[in-house]
Write a protein of this length. Structure first.
Length: 267
């Protein structure tokens, strides 16, 4: 696999093309974003098992998302039965489970490496916060471990970013897929930086608009209710942007959103 080397502006183009792709079939992609949001809600309400299950399912979710976007890009109407179709290819579901377990194990290891060396400082921060009724000592104690974990997680995320599609669509072995994905992300690190900043600006902008509505007198409950579908739609555009991020890096020689009909059964 040969990963393209793209300019930093490609990160903005991925977000823009994701919006265009989302608008082709907004209902289908909004529904998918809603399903992912419910999965996230389940994970947050069922710790510690829920988050681990969510992390392990991420490769499957990624593959299903990009496969759906592949159909949408080819102007095929997404039907309910088509969402699970990429997992029905022989061996794909098993490989996604293995990839998910590895992803979860690495995330758990990164967490242990980040927080265990600071366990005494964290415990002291908790005690100080309980005595003074102020979270500042605890937040200060968390700063170092969170910084270390964020650094390790960026590396892990780069290894797994393109891996599900490389395994399922191109038959690449797991170790090679992780390597190719990491190299692709490193080559395009500035594009991914712009991509991340773009989406951070989008979601911060949504929160800012919500704050402005509260400031002009709308009830907080009303604003929160209005923000839910907006955030889900933004999530749908975010997930849709994964597809141009993949095609521009690994299929940059092809026209945008082009899909060979021979790939249809495997998508």
């Amino acid at each position: 696999m040969q990963a393209a080397f793209l300019p930093a502006t490609a990160g903005w183009h991925w977000a823009r093309d994701g919006f265009r792709l989302f608008m082709r079939q907004p209902l289908a992609l909004f529904t998918w974003a809603l399903a992912v949001s419910l999965l996230v809600l389940f994970a947050t309400l069922t710790p510690p098992v829920g988050p681990l299950i969510f992390i392990a399912l991420m490769p499957m979710v990624t593959l299903m998302t990009l496969s759906a976007c592949k159909h949408v890009a080819a102007d095929r109407t997404m039907l309910p039965s088509m969402w699970v179709k990429p997992l029905q290819k022989p061996g794909v579901a098993r490989k996604m489970v293995a990839l998910g377990v590895l992803y979860g194990a690495l995330c758990l290891t990164a967490g242990l490496l980040s927080f265990l060396p600071f366990s005494s400082d964290l415990a002291e921060g908790v005690r100080a916060a309980a005595v003074t009724d102020d979270l500042t000592p605890f937040l200060e104690a968390m700063r170092g471990p969170l910084l270390i974990f964020a650094t390790l997680y960026i590396v892990i995320a780069a290894l797994f970013w393109h891996a599900p599609v490389l395994i399922a669509w191109h038959g690449v072995r797991l170790a090679q897929a992780l390597f190719f994905s990491g190299i692709a992300c490193w080559r395009n690190k500035w594009a991914f930086l712009v991509y991340g900043l773009t989406w951070a600006a989008v979601f911060l902008g949504i929160d800012f608009c919500g704050s402005m509505l509260v400031a002009v007198g709308l009830p907080v409950q009303v604003v929160s209710t209005l923000q839910i579908p907006v955030n889900i739609a933004a999530g749908g555009v975010l997930y849709s942007s994964f597809y141009p991020a993949y095609t521009s890096v690994f299929e940059s020689h092809e026209p945008a959103f082009e899909l060979n009909d021979s790939d249809h059964p495997q998508a």
